[in-house]
Ligand binder design. Structure first.
Ligand SMILES: [Zn+2]
Ligand SMILES: [Zn+2]
Length: 87
């Protein structure tokens, strides 16, 4: 599981990356700055993480850049995903 951090209002969220690939800051728990989703994947990095292999996918609300956590170790699959999602 990813790191959990507590917000000022007391709720807990998964810690997002500090910023997207283009430098736009992700504020933890602030859905105006990013969206969080699950990306199923069978690469080495994804399988070592959890019993449900995959990545947490963070999408920047400003530029639509996608960051996968942990980083995907299968570049060919990542390209395929990007192609199928217009990225
Ligand atoms: Zn961005
Ligand atoms: Zn992967």
């Amino acid at each position: 599981m990813g790191d959990m951090i507590q917000l000022e209002d007391g709720s807990w969220v998964t810690r997002p990356p500090e910023h997207c690939a283009n430098g736009h800051p992700f504020r933890p728990g602030d859905i105006r700055t990013y969206s969080e989703a699950w990306f199923g994947c069978w690469c080495d990095g994804a399988q070592s993480r959890d019993k449900r292999p995959g990545h947490t996918q963070y999408t920047c609300k400003r530029c639509d850049a996608v960051t996968l956590v942990p980083a995907c170790t299968d570049p060919s699959l990542k390209v395929g995903w990007a192609a199928s999602h217009g990225g």
